[in-house]
Design a protein around this ligand. Sequence first.
Ligand code: 5RP
Length: 223
Amino acid sequence: MSDKIGEAGKKSAAKRALSYVRDDMTIGLGTGTTAAYFIKYLSEQVDDGLTITGIPTSRATEKMAKKLGIKVLADFNGVIDIDFDGADEVDSSGNLVKGGGGALTREKIIAASSRMFIVMVDDSKLTEGNLSRSKIPVEILPFMYRLTMRKLENMALSCELRKSFTTDNGNYIIDCDFGKISEPAHLESQIKMLPGVVEVGLFVKMASKIIVGSKDSSFELTY
Ligand code: 5RP
């Protein structure tokens, strides 16, 4: 992984998040570069004797975790103790935009079934006030996708089909610009009501804790 701007913050958030992991926990493993740092650090603890079971939020994460020697389950029907994942944007109330990596549906399923949802971000992901900087990813069925996309276009400022991309579920992603989002819960439910929509990358009031990392330090926001 390169040392671009933000990488140090991602690493420090991921390291701090590790302090919440205990022996015998079942934990959600997120998707993206920050989650990948977390999985790498976690695997070092597994090498040192930590026993955990990971529930991956994408095929990429499953592959990475397995390769690093972490036990993962691709199917599960129990309680996930803590889910650890990254985010693309975090507002002042802890609401998130997720899905930059296209794993939003699986990520939301796992986050919604976890006792605690810990989000790890570098400080560039924080937005003062309402969500406004990220396009909102919407996973839709490929069937007649332009009809679903037209409905989204009627709601958004603009929408774009993510080129040459299919999700782990075999679906498409439409990235939509909604400008400043003052009522994320309302927008989330409006989008989810459209036929053809599988999931939307707005995670409203789901995070229990946001761990924010920067080059020299880290801090936590608790909800
Ligand atoms: C993937 C996600 C990621 O958590 C989000 O895109 C942040 O990624 P990164 O840690 O690489 O900045 O939602 O679907």
